[in-house]
Design a protein around this ligand. Structure first.
Ligand SMILES: C[S@@+](CC[C@H](N)C(=O)[O-])C[C@H]1O[C@@H](n2cnc3c(N)ncnc32)[C@H](O)[C@@H]1O
Length: 200
């Protein structure tokens, strides 16, 4: 079997994210992860939070790598990935108590971010929790010069990519009955934003 894909970033930010999820997902059962990447986060969080049933997903090109992490972890509460490209795939069968996604909103185009919020809004149970980790802009500003530089680098790689305005994400959420409840400052100039699905 080929080596498992490895992300130094996921290794580094996984610990601080886990400490937030302990609280935010304390009352959750079924968790859907969008854009699982290598699968490292899923293994770490499912192992540390055995009350959760953690469902991995991503675009097709990442599925084999995630499968290799899931298989080697041998955790009963960690499920192999299904394909979920938020632009093209049908909603996965829900409902879900929680959705987690890390470092996806600045990689997806704006239309995909909008679709992600729509999917989360449709699939979460009332009172369900959406945790989104990554860099954000607030009040029209980057929080550091390094995030401004990162944004420029993303834009030159693909004009669709870029660090999102938190206020725009709140608007997308509000349109889908997702109200932002909390915002945690995280290491390396990142944040973890939490939206709660309100009953209709
Ligand atoms: C920078 S990686 C982050 C991976 C992982 N969550 C992490 O934090 O290490 C961005 C992820 O977003 C996923 N992604 C990009 N566009 C997507 C889409 N349209 N639907 C679902 N996932 C998408 C990529 O496949 C990739 O796994």
């Amino acid at each position: 079997m080929p080596d498992k894909p490895f992300s130094e970033y996921a290794e580094r930010n996984g610990g601080p994210i886990l400490e937030i999820l302990r609280t935010e997902f304390a009352a959750s059962g079924r968790v859907l992860e969008i854009g699982s990447g290598t699968g490292q986060h899923a293994v770490r969080f499912a192992r540390a939070l055995p009350h959760l049933q953690w469902q991995t997903s991503d675009c097709r090109e990442n599925l084999n790598g995630i499968v290799s992490w899931v298989n080697s972890a041998k955790l009963r509460n960690l499920l192999p990935p299904f394909a979920l490209d938020v632009m093209t795939d049908a909603d996965p069968a829900g409902p879900w108590d929680a959705v987690f996604s890390a470092n996806t909103a600045h990689i997806m185009g704006v239309a995909a971010v909008e679709k992600m919020f729509a999917i989360v809004g449709r699939l979460l149970v009332d009172g369900g929790v959406f945790c989104l980790y990554g860099p954000f802009r607030q009040g029209g500003k980057f929080n550091t010069e390094s995030n401004a530089t990162f944004h420029k680098a993303l834009r030159s790689r693909d004009p669709e990519m870029g660090i999102r305005h938190l206020e725009s994400l709140d608007e997308l959420g509000a349109a889908k009955n997702l109200a932002r409840a909390r915002l945690y400052a995280m290491p390396a100039n990142n944040h973890l934003a939490v939206w709660i699905k309100e009953g209709t």
